[in-house]
Ligand binder design. Structure first.
Ligand code: NAP
Length: 281
């Protein structure tokens, strides 16, 4: 297969490496708004050829992957669908789905598009962050599959199955609710924790010396880029607000219990939180 990747960063670059490593892509063409990232992607062997022109990059592709931030996705995906023929397949890898699917719902080539979200990533960005093993053993969410042509869906399912990923089907609206809980809120709490510590603890050397594994793992996501996360919060604003309200309520409960020195109730609350072990080992 010839694969064209638009946005040769963490996810686009990792997918290029995975598809090549599994022998699923014979040739990978890269397009990016950043000439620097395109050059790096070529030097790192993520792509075989860099293109400045979208139409020239899309024309030879069997599969086109749109892997740009979510704000750009709303214009880049329709522009790609304007270019593809009935023999080509297009996927996105975006973190929010309802707004994107609404943007292409009436497009004459909608059926050539399969909306997917690989539930895999890191806090790093750009082509240097790309790794070949990012997707192995993780979940791929496929959204609103009824709008995709059967041959396009089959190609995408076969491909990701071989990476290998677990495939889950969801409606776009449900995807956005669930990711607000499992992904978006954890980034907000990590950003808030980093800000809290940076604001209150002025002795940076002390943070560095005392930071334990617990602090490092809770604050890891706060290294993620605003260019990627602000568009996600904008597109999933209502779901994130809902989850954030619940989160603030839980924080407020803990604050009150501590203020009232009600340690028995605090212990009961922690025990209740420990039930997360049932879901995540
Ligand atoms: P990234 O590492 O920042 O890569 C995005 C690349 O797209 C950058 O090279 C960027 O260039 C380029 N770009 C931006 N606007 C563009 C445009 N209009 N046309 C062409 N190229 C453009 O981001 P990423 O983490 O791979 O995220 C890509 C997508 O994957 C996002 O939609 C995100 O929601 C989704 N996703 C991310 C994760 C994660 O953990 N990071 C996980 C699953 C899904 P500049 O550097 O110049 O902006």
């Amino acid at each position: 297969m010839i694969v064209t990747i638009i946005g040769v960063g963490l996810i686009g670059g990792s997918l290029a490496l995975s598809l090549k490593q599994q022998g699923l892509a014979a040739r990978v063409i890269g397009v990016d708004r950043s000439p620097e990232n395109l050059r790096k992607a070529q030097d790192l062997g993520l792509i075989d050829k860099a293109h400045k022109d979208l139409a020239a990059a899309v024309a030879p592709a069997d599969l086109v992957v749109v892997a740009v931030p979510m704000d750009a996705m709303l214009t880049v995906l329709p522009a790609v669908l304007d270019l593809v023929t009935e023999r080509q397949v297009v996927i996105d890898v975006g973190s929010t789905k309802a707004a994107l699917l609404a943007a292409v719902q009436a497009h004459p080539r909608r059926a050539r598009f399969v909306a997917v979200h690989p539930m895999a990533g890191t806090e790093y960005s750009g082509p240097e962050a790309a790794v070949p093993e990012l997707f192995a053993g993780r979940t791929l969410v496929i959204c609103d599959a009824a709008g995709s042509a059967p041959d396009a869906l089959q190609l995408v399912e076969t491909l990701f199955h071989q990476l290998p990923m677990r495939l889950v089907h969801l409606a776009a609206a449900d995807h956005d609710v669930h990711t607000a809980y499992v992904s978006h809120i954890s980034h907000i709490t990590s950003f808030a924790l980093a800000l809290t510590v940076l604001e209150k603890e002025k002795e940076e050397q002390r943070i560095f010396e005392l930071a334990s594994g617990g602090f490092a793992s809770t604050v890891r996501l706060a290294k993620s880029s605003p260019a990627m996360w602000v568009p996600i919060f904008r597109q999933n604003r209502l779901n994130v607000l809902d989850v954030l309200d619940e989160h603030l309520h839980q924080l407020q409960r803990m604050r009150e219990l501590l203020q009232q020195e009600d340690y028995a109730a605090f212990a009961a609350l922690i025990e209740q939180a420990n039930h997360i072990r049932r879901i995540i080992k």
